[in-house]
Design a protein around this ligand. Structure first.
Ligand SMILES: Nc1ncnc2c1ncn2[C@@H]1O[C@H](COP(=O)(O)OP(=O)(O)OP(=O)(O)O)[C@@H](O)[C@H]1O
Length: 297
């Protein structure tokens, strides 16, 4: 049984809304991305993991415990960042964080202070008057300072500026190195590509794909873009018969798709040509998702 095991989970809100027959197996120590457009079903799935929703059908277990029936026990392993953050009470960030550490019985204020400094969070501010970004940072500090075995995060980088997002992603990588199991929903494909081992794609409540991120990062089919100095060279190259995904004749540019094992042939051939530039175009997780959505799986 997987560490986080979601089996045939269904929550039907009617009129095609909800999640349907969702199954995901997340192994211990894995960093798992969960992507989908707005309304796809990410939050509904995640709320089942936290025991906030009861399945119509199917089950969720975390470390062998039923997430619905044993939700209090499950929460001992889990730190959670909700999609919508609303802090209770009228206290400072520091008091809120100290309460969380005390209530969960995990983590330390020292670590929370360190994380707050890294994320430039002013913990003297009242949680009620915090901006969206500050609330998000407070939730991140709380989750990371708790030293929980499992991190479940619903679009955690929402509201962070690009610099803070990078710091957050670095922290996430550190958590992974320490053996934490991470489930992060997001609709920012670049960040999922950067940190995840695998990612599931949900659309209209159904899982349509599970991707091993190594296949994207180390894809052996590469694209190269090149520009020729002269029209004569441009035309001569096209006659060589390489698979060109796009040709921009007005700029004398060609995009070639080629498998790694054939790259030497291409380089040999290009020795006879006068090039303005030659550049690898990385195949990204976003390209992959766009293809899946185009294919209408
Ligand atoms: N309590 C509810 N009652 C009825 N429909 C609901 C309820 N909660 C969610 N839905 C619907 O279920 C679908 C999935 O919603 P969900 O919030 O899980 O999506 P999401 O992928 O998290 O979206 P977002 O990226 O916008 O947060 C949506 O169509 C939503 O309108």
């Amino acid at each position: 049984m997987a560490y986080i095991d979601i089996k045939h989970l269904t929550k039907d809100y009617g009129n095609g809304h909800g999640i349907f027959d969702v199954s995901l197996e997340i192994e211990k120590g894995e960093n798992y991305g969960f992507v989908g457009i707005n309304g796809a079903g990410k939050t509904t799935t995640i709320r089942h993991l936290m025991g906030f929703l009861k399945p119509d059908e199917g089950s969720v277990t975390i470390n062998g415990l039923d997430a619905t029936k044993s939700s209090a026990e499950v929460k001992r392993y889990v730190s959670y960042i909700p999609g919508e953050i609303n802090f209770p009470g009228n206290k400072t960030g520091e008091d809120f964080l100290k309460d969380q550490i005390y209530l969960s019985g995990r983590g330390s204020w020292e670590r929370a202070k360190e994380l707050s400094n890294l994320l430039q969070l002013d913990v003297t501010a009242n949680v009620r008057s915090m901006s969206k970004g500050m609330k998000q940072k407070t939730a991140i500090v709380s989750a990371f300072a708790s030293n929980a075995d499992i991190l479940i995060m619903d679009e955690p980088s929402t509201g962070l500026d690009p610099l803070m997002r990078d710091i957050f992603l670095d922290l996430l990588k550190q958590e992974k190195k320490q053996g934490k199991t991470i489930l992060m929903s997001s609709n920012i494909f670049q960040e999922v590509e950067e940190v995840s081992d695998r990612a599931a794609v949900i659309r209209e409540g159904k899982i349509i794909d599970i991707t091993d991120m190594a296949d994207i990062r180390y894809n052996e089919n590469k694209s190269y873009r090149m520009e020729f100095k002269s029209l004569a060279d441009f035309e001569r190259f096209l006659n060589l018969g390489y698979q060109s995904t796009m040709v921009k004749a007005e700029d004398l540019q060609v995009f070639v798709q080629i498998h790694d094992k054939n790259i030497n042939y291409l380089i040999q051939d290009l020795k006879d040509f006068d090039l303005v530039y030659f550049k690898e175009i990385k195949f990204s997780f976003e390209d992959y998702i766009t293809e899946i959505f185009k294919e209408g799986v």
